[in-house]
Ligand binder design. Sequence first.
Ligand SMILES: Cc1cc2nc3c(=O)[nH]c(=O)nc-3n(C[C@H](O)[C@H](O)[C@H](O)COP(=O)(O)O)c2cc1C
Length: 175
Amino acid sequence: MNSRDRQTVSNILGRRSIRRFEERPVEKEKVSLILECAFAAPSAGNARPTHVVVVDERSILNGLAEALPYGKMLSKAPLAFVVCADPSGSDIARQYWEEDCAAAMENILLAVHALGLGGVWLGVHHAPERVHAVRNLLKIPDDVEVLGIAATGYPAEKKDPHGGIPEGKIHVNRW
Ligand SMILES: Cc1cc2nc3c(=O)[nH]c(=O)nc-3n(C[C@H](O)[C@H](O)[C@H](O)COP(=O)(O)O)c2cc1C
């Protein structure tokens, strides 16, 4: 295994949900690299329905924090990536947009961690009232889906990496 591969693996293992942030903006170059990583995710049939709304306006971040019961940390986060999908392009996009967006979201969180930032995935899609609130705040069209939000910033907390494989969850050849 070369060192690049090892770095990738330790980045995956070291990622944790970070919910406390420094009062410090994230550099534009980092934002751009994170977005490039988001759009490098796999997509069913290469349909690529994913869109991302980048939010760095304090009033909108505060509005999102108010709207999301488990997203209060957005009132302190300098940045959020709102992962959406326009599934109108094809049947395959309509069928798979959730998986596509989830892959993009994970790429965002891994890129965030690799760049010395911290982030946390905030679920939106499965709570219609949250989708409604996010749509209103960000002027997202009705036919565009909202998967979730990655609250992001320089971390003001540290967490130990996950380690090991959970007992009883690996099945070899047959369950
Ligand atoms: C689909 C999804 C929705 C989540 N929604 C929230 C949320 O609304 N608020 C929050 O603080 N964390 C949320 N999380 C983060 C989880 O709480 C977190 O991943 C879990 O506690 C494990 O911690 P870790 O990410 O540090 O490994 C969500 C994670 C996923 C995958």
